[in-house]
Design a binder for this molecule. Structure first.
Ligand SMILES: Cc1cc2nc3c(=O)[nH]c(=O)nc-3n(C[C@H](O)[C@H](O)[C@H](O)COP(=O)(O)OP(=O)(O)OC[C@H]3O[C@@H](n4cnc5c(N)ncnc54)[C@H](O)[C@@H]3O)c2cc1C
Length: 392
């Protein structure tokens, strides 16, 4: 059996693991990336991936640094405005990129487009080994390093083992890091829909008592919806025929884009929050959903993962340049300290929004709507919040 040595072995080639490997490779780290699932590399150009992401400006910068933005840009849909309003009153907030002097607030991009662009970068770099499809068979410690044995038979020894393997992370389990999870009692219904009026390059979100409903603009004038609702309600919405579903969706969305004309396949995602108690152990680090899973209501999950990537590569580069061991705990703790607070604050903010907008108690509803309108009128504060969400 051959044993190969790497600076970093990344397990999990979702968007976070792919971007990490791409940036590590460009920073001169010899990297192995292990992924169990074959990526989708070809598709009908007229089709739209069910999984789309709101990608913030700071994430766009990371993807640019990874060398993948130029091939993504022609397929990305910029959104220049954002409208958020409350179904339980008259409260509304409007964010406008022109007010900030920015060309846009972010982009909506299909998952498969980002995945393929990052993979193309990875395959073009001799310092990165793409090992797919294969799974981790076992991990053991050898001379202070972790040895990963793959199901296909190869052995990898790395100074640092990174778990980018999502919410059910086996690397987190191996490291003995406990993750606290709790169910939101909601599921998100995701679909691509066509509406009577164009989306006007605007991201829309209406808070219903049963959960938030988002319309995200796609190229070609279509919209991607994420409709979070109690599990029973989400299952009921899934069971409707297309005509009844479109009618309910249009009404729930206040007909902001007119009637919903048609919808594609509908899929449910169960929603739970989860956070790892630690992000690091000797020779091991966790990034992305392996360390934090949040409610998708503000589309921040993968954006937080990209911020993890930026921080981890910065910490590792500094350690290497100073001649320090990149797997040592004091080095890795710098990464953990830099990211845990931001990830936790975002998770708590999402929980706060979910509970605030889920309440039907009249005084709270009144205060909530008054607060939204006050916030909308407070331009400097509003601009500060949106700039922070954009990562500027
Ligand atoms: C409905 C919905 C909408 C969302 N919308 C947005 C949005 O607009 N913007 C946003 O920022 N976030 C959004 N999110 C959150 C986002 O989907 C996640 O945060 C993101 O996918 C996490 O990426 P990841 O790479 O960390 O993990 P994952 O995407 O889970 O990838 C993990 C990868 O690891 C692989 N893997 C696992 N175990 C092994 C193993 N043992 N060996 C090899 N490979 C392994 C898996 O095959 C997988 O490819 C949304 C989430 C939901 C549910």
């Amino acid at each position: 059996m051959t044993t190969e040595h790497y600076d970093v072995a990344v397990v999990g080639g979702g968007l976070v693991g792919l971007s990490l490997a791409a940036v590590l490779g460009r920073s001169g780290f010899k990297t192995a990336l292990v992924e169990a699932r074959e990526p989708q590399l070809e598709w009908d150009e007229n089709s739209i991936d069910l999984r789309v992401y709101a990608i913030s400006r700071v994430s766009q910068q990371l993807i640019t640094d990874a060398g993948a933005w130029d091939s993504i840009a022609p397929h990305a849909c910029a959104y220049r405005d954002m409208h958020v309003w409350d179904a339980g009153g008259n409260g509304e907030i409007h964010f406008d990129s022109a007010e900030l002097g920015e060309p846009d607030l972010g982009h909506i991009i299909e998952s498969r487009v980002i995945e393929k662009a990052l993979l193309d970068v990875i395959k073009a770099q001799p310092g990165i080994e793409w090992l797919c499809p294969t799974n981790v068979a076992s991990i053991e410690e050898s001379d202070g390093r972790h040895k990963v044995v793959l199901e296909e038979g190869r052995e990898l020894v790395a100074s640092l083992l990174v778990g980018a393997d999502g919410k059910h992370s086996s690397i987190r389990d191996y490291a003995g890091i406990h993750a606290r999870a709790s169910d939101y009692g909601q599921q998100a219904l995701v679909a691509v829909v066509d509406t009577e009026r164009g989306h006007d390059h605007t991201a829309w979100q209406r808070f219903l008592p049963t959960g938030p409903l988002a319309f995200l603009p796609l190229r070609g004038g279509m919209s991607s919806i994420v409709w979070s609702a109690t599990s029973d309600e989400a299952k009921r919405l899934l069971s409707l025929d297309d005509a009844d579903f479109c009618a309910e969706l249009g009404k729930a969305f206040d007909y902001r884009l007119g009637n919903v004309l048609s919808c594609g396949e509908r899929v449910l995602f169960p929603l739970a929050r989860q956070y790892a108690e630690r992000y690091v152990a000797p020779g091991i680090a966790l990034v992305g959903d392996a360390s934090h899973v949040i409610h998708p209501l503000a589309g921040q999950g993968v954006n937080l993962g990209f911020k993890d990537v930026r921080e981890l590569v910065s910490v590792l580069s500094e350690a290497r340049d100073a001649g320090r061991d990149i797997g040592s705990l004091p080095v890795l703790r710098r990464y953990e300290r830099a990211r845990k607070g931001d990830n936790m604050a975002t998770m708590l903010a999402m929980d706060g929004f979910k509970h605030l907008f889920g309440t039907r108690v009249p005084p709270v509803r009144w205060l909530r709507n008054a607060g939204l309108n006050l916030f909308d009128a407070a331009t400097p504060l509003k601009n500060l919040v949106i700039r922070s969400a954009m990562g500027l």
